[in-house]
Design a protein around this ligand. Structure first.
Ligand SMILES: Cc1ncc(COP(=O)(O)O)c(C=O)c1O
Length: 374
């Protein structure tokens, strides 16, 4: 009698070496705990579901299926839906970033763009400069490609320009130079820091001088609460910057739509990597998002100009409530900066408090957070 394969406990498959470097995202693991009913989750950057433009998405789905059902449901170009790429290029131009639609690659969330960047720019053992702390999902995306992470020294205003100089050409052998610096200039995940205009200029001057390309991840720029952030880093050195953007925080993350803008030689390789990965991003989702962005049309304010003030208002109220609660409940010795945008408070506990060890107790008491050690 044949035995079913699952009764053999011998390892039939030999896993690739790189799988040894893959690890479950600590945040996703924590999110699983927080899915228990009754737990108030302060972990993970989940957008407020009340901010999703449900009516506009419903209308856009109907419109796309009515007006161009066959094109929307057919295979499509890997670069992305041209009208959406034109929208992205125009939006970036308005922020001071020189960019043509030909440089915009539409991705399955900016998370896919991070994976493509890792695939195209990271060799085994190659140094990659990162903020400390940085976005865990990016570290997770890059890690299978074998980088050596170089933490950039910084202060409360972000990484220091001298740290970029050191990570780049200055004083290092070629093999020891960082391939790029991964930077989150606007309302960083997880610290909430927004680099000032002056810091941005100094960083990009240092990056140019050190010939250290920059990968700029900017999903939170539109979620400013007090004042818009300064121009993106890419506006200071377009040929040396790969810029990632996302519709997850401005519209809804379930749409899984983001983009990467890259100089031509890098773009060509990102495109090939994308082709191998998933051929193209859903043409249906791209058309729906484009229709939402165009909705209300005419010469008045754009959809986002009408939609984002209410989103910001909601997050401003949440930020203020969090600020008040932290002030009220945290004892002496806890420190944090009030974020001016985005979704994150980075709280430093007094010496002797192990935030990882406290987490189970916190979850039992109905609150979850991400311990900094992650
Ligand atoms: C800094 C940063 N980059 C990228 C992402 C990925 O976002 P998405 O794939 O939804 O665009 C996130 C998600 O939280 C993030 O915080």
């Amino acid at each position: 009698m044949m035995q079913s394969a699952r009764h053999h406990d011998v390892q039939v498959f030999q896993l690739a070496e790189r799988t040894g470097r893959m690890n479950a995202s600590v945040i996703r693991e924590i999110l699983k705990i927080t899915e228990q009913p009754g737990v108030l989750s302060l972990a993970g950057g989940l957008p407020s579901a009340a901010s999703f433009p449900v009516a506009e998405v419903r209308e856009a789905c109907a419109q796309v299926l009515r007006d161009e059902p066959h094109a929307a449901l057919q295979y499509a170009a890997s670069e992305g839906h041209l009208p959406l790429r034109e929208w992205v290029a125009a939006d970036l131009a308005a922020q001071g970033v020189e960019c043509s639609p030909a440089q915009v690659l539409v991705t399955h969330g900016s998370q896919q763009a991070l994976d493509l960047v890792g695939k195209v720019l990271v060799d085994d053992g190659a140094p990659v400069a990162v903020e400390a702390p940085s976005y865990l999902g990016a570290l997770q995306a890059f890690t299978p490609y074998g980088p050596r992470f170089l933490p950039l020294e910084g202060d409360e205003g972000g990484p220091l320009p001298e740290a970029l100089l050191q990570a780049g050409a200055k004083g290092r052998a070629a093999s020891d130079r960082a391939r790029f610096a991964y930077l989150l200039p606007s309302f960083q995940n997880p610290t909430g820091v927004c680099f000032s205009q002056q810091r941005r200029e100094a960083l990009m001057q240092a990056a140019r001088e050190a010939k250290l390309p920059v990968v700029e991840d900017n999903p939170y720029g539109e979620l400013w609460l007090d004042a818009p952030p300064p121009r993106p880093l890419a506006s200071h050195w377009p040929e040396g910057t790969v810029l990632l953007g996302s519709f997850s925080k401005t519209l809804a993350p379930g749409l899984r739509l983001g983009y990467v803008v890259a100089p031509t030689p890098v773009y060509a390789k990102l495109l090939q990597a994308k082709q191998a990965s998933d051929l193209h991003t859903s043409g249906f989702a791209q058309r729906v998002v484009h229709a939402v962005l165009q909705s209300g049309g005419g010469t008045g304010p754009s959809f986002l100009q009408r939609h984002l003030p209410a989103v910001r208002e909601r997050y401003r109220a949440q930020r203020d409530a969090m600020q008040a609660a932290l002030t009220r409940h945290l004892g002496k010795g806890f420190e944090w900066a009030r974020p001016q945008g985005g979704m994150f408070f980075w709280v430093t506990a007094p010496a002797g408090v192990d935030t990882l060890a406290c987490l189970p107790q916190a979850v039992q008491a109905g609150v979850a957070y991400v311990p900094g050690s992650a």
